[in-house]
Design a protein around this ligand. Structure first.
Ligand code: NAP
Length: 280
């Protein structure tokens, strides 16, 4: 039977560690402050934003909430971010994506100061990760590496196959696994003979955005499988990009959905905020 990698439990452990760290900072009159900006009222975004605020509250991070109307212009948003960039009390700035269509997301990401880029999406953060320099790392990939380490799953020298090459998951994931000395292959929608490649993986990380796409034909016996996807199935139950029930008897370890990668993403965001305050 496979080990079920419990992201919920692990994320709570991390949040408890961070809570202690923040309490120590508070004792020396230092606060940690995260600004959370949401434009419009997309229901999924509202749920993500509320989860982030709840995590802040649990840890003792101050969260300043900016709920802006859908009609907010790009210039108004840029002006707000520029103001927050220079406020010494603000340690992290998070703009919830996606933004309304009239706002250029790349422009907004680039406006956030790299020193407060706790999502790790700024080109400077991505560049630093690519060349092995210190900087904020995109939260979902960072959470996955943290899960593997806390479950004592060796990475060095292992064949790691990543399915998906998005800027927020697949690409930074590849950079992080390289940093951990895995041998990394990245697959995408134009990859030929996907199953042949994924079957080589000791560690298979799937972020393609297609419900239950990866069945046991794609996986080698004894692999470790990390599922980034998040969907609702035909019965409105949450599920991932991986067909968990099909794989669970074949693999060595696997993350469930929900309760796998998702909670780790928020824990890593919180860690980035605390680090931002410590480095300041
Ligand atoms: P994305 O931007 O839509 O990228 C999907 C990637 O998968 C693309 O690189 C695409 O290839 C590739 N792909 C699509 N179909 C494929 C196929 N049949 N075979 C091989 N590759 C294929 O997605 P994302 O933002 O990375 O997110 C992926 C999933 O993770 C989504 O379900 C999302 O909701 C979830 N997610 C979860 C968290 C979390 O915290 N749990 C965080 C972020 C995302 P091309 O580049 O060739 O188009």
């Amino acid at each position: 039977m496979a080990t079920i990698i419990d992201g919920k439990k692990t994320s709570t452990e991390i949040k408890d560690e961070l809570r202690e760290q923040v309490a120590k900072l508070n004792k020396i009159n230092s606060d940690v402050t995260l600004c959370v900006i949401q434009v419009g009222a997309d229901p999924a975004s509202t749920i993500y934003v509320n989860n982030k605020k709840k995590a802040c509250e649990y840890i003792g991070i101050k969260s300043l909430s900016y709920e802006l109307p859908e009609e907010t212009t790009q210039d108004q948003l840029v002006e707000l971010i520029n103001e927050l960039n220079v406020q010494p009390k603000v340690n992290g700035i998070l703009v919830q994506l996606p933004l309304p269509k009239h706002i250029d997301e790349d422009k907004i990401i680039q406006t956030i100061s790299p020193d407060k880029d706790v999502d790790g999406f700024h080109p400077q953060s991505v560049g630093r990760l690519s060349i092995g320099q210190k900087g904020f790392v995109s939260c979902t990939p960072a959470g996955i590496v943290e899960l593997l380490k806390r479950y004592n799953i060796p990475i060095e020298g292992k064949e790691c196959v990543i399915v998906g090459r998005s800027n927020i998951v697949g690409k930074p994931m590849a950079m992080l696994m390289l940093r951990e000395n895995a041998t990394v292959t990245v697959c995408h929608s134009r990859t030929k003979n996907l199953a042949e490649i994924t079957k080589r993986a000791d560690i298979l990380i799937v972020a393609i955005g297609k419900a239950k796409f990866i069945s046991k034909e794609y996986v080698k016996e004894g692999a470790v499988v990390i599922d980034v996807g998040m969907h609702r199935d035909e019965n409105n139950k949450l599920c991932g990009d991986v067909d968990f029930d099909d794989l669970v008897d074949k693999v060595k370890a696997i993350t469930p959905v929900p309760g796998g990668v998702g909670p780790m993403t928020i824990a890593m965001l919180m860690r980035n905020c605390v680090e931002s305050a410590v480095i300041k």
